[in-house]
Design a protein around this ligand. Structure first.
Ligand SMILES: Cc1ncc(COP(=O)(O)O)c(C=O)c1O
Length: 324
């Protein structure tokens, strides 16, 4: 796995949520953490499970990722870390985020659940920050049915994480930390080893799906698609489109339900925003006027069906509903 991902150390987990929770423990993060509302709930829940207050910062409308230009204004004396997400596997502006972290002495924990195999200029995006987490859930480009991992830079951190995910056991008789049981089991590891052999073909097949979607949708009024970023090895985990109601003629929700009527299962991913859920909506940073870009993206996005086994006919069925 280390070889494939071009990372020095990795620790395997039972899902992609527990490496988030465990890394916050290992890095002893407390107080407030700056994060994004445009993600899967597990990102913010991992903070809540550690008694940490999430502070939501708006996203960059070009990528869906935490906007580095807005981070500094959200830092308080209680801030101890930044938790950005590489949304849809699109790389965050890591240099700018690291510069801010270094300036204020903050840790950076990347939720890289979507970023398996993503590289920038030949280097793994997973090496950015203090640690990065992965999800190997069945919906991901690389999966172990349920599973996940934590990528770290040094052997000491790997040791600490390996203790923490196994009840804190250092050996048969010594428990060195209040750990949890979040280690990956052998059956899923075996499944993962087999999947590792075909993941490149899977990514390439998804790339071909993306090319066909993009080509067919690029000139449809009111539909925006994203292009590949030069220098980035994408993994084509997701294919988001953005619906401009005025130009397209019907709203995102109308299109979404129309797709469902035709048995085309897209996903409004991420909608609703995490900041709107009851656990978080009372936070000052969850106010809609603090998060205009995130609100806009959440109300216009649909992720189209994406899988390495989609046939030309499947793709055409999806496109026929969108292109009226
Ligand atoms: C951005 C993000 N973070 C965390 C997770 C949690 O991963 P898991 O479902 O493997 O626990 C997911 C999973 O869907 C995700 O999309």
């Amino acid at each position: 796995m280390c070889e494939y991902l071009k990372v020095p150390y990795i620790s395997l987990f039972t899902n992609g949520t527990l490496p988030l929770i465990t890394s916050l423990q290992a890095l002893r993060i407390t107080g407030e953490v700056i994060t994004t509302p445009y993600s899967f709930v597990a990102t913010t829940h991992s903070l809540w499970w550690n008694g940490i207050k999430p502070v939501f910062v708006d996203i960059d409308p070009k990528t869906g990722n935490l906007d580095p230009n807005r981070i500094e204004a959200a830092i308080t004396p209680q801030t101890t870390a930044i938790m950005p997400v590489h949304v849809y596997g699109c790389p965050c502006r890591t240099k700018e985020i690291q510069d801010i972290a270094d300036k204020y002495g903050l840790k950076v924990i990347y939720d890289a659940a979507h970023a398996f195999g993503v590289e920038v200029d030949g280097k793994s995006i997973l090496n950015e920050g203090d640690v990065a987490t992965l999800s190997f859930h069945a919906t991901k480009v690389y999966n172990t049915i349920e599973g996940g991992a934590l990528v770290m830079h040094d052997a000491k951190m790997k040791q600490r994480i390996d203790y923490l995910k196994n009840f804190g056991f250092a050996n048969e008789v010594e428990v060195v930390a209040p750990g949890i049981n979040s280690k990956m089991d052998e059956i899923r590891s075996a499944y993962g080893l087999i999947n590792l052999k075909q993941v490149n073909q899977s990514i390439e097949a998804r790339h071909q799906v993306a090319i066909q979607y993009r080509e067919a949708l690029k000139d449809v009024p009111g539909i925006t698609v994203w292009n590949d970023i030069p220098g980035v090895r994408h993994n084509y985990s997701y294919f988001p489109i953005f619906v401009d109601e005025k130009a397209y003629g019907i709203s995102r929700d109308e299109l979404y339900f129309k797709m469902r009527d035709h048995q085309v299962w897209g996903r409004r991913y991420f909608y609703p925003l995490i900041s709107t859920f009851s656990t978080y909506r009372g936070l000052e940073s969850a106010r809609p006027d603090n998060l205009p870009n995130a609100y806009r993206m959440a109300s216009t996005v649909i992720c189209l069906p994406m899988h390495h086994e989609l046939t030309r006919d499947d793709i055409q069925r999806v496109l026929d509903v969108i292109i009226r």
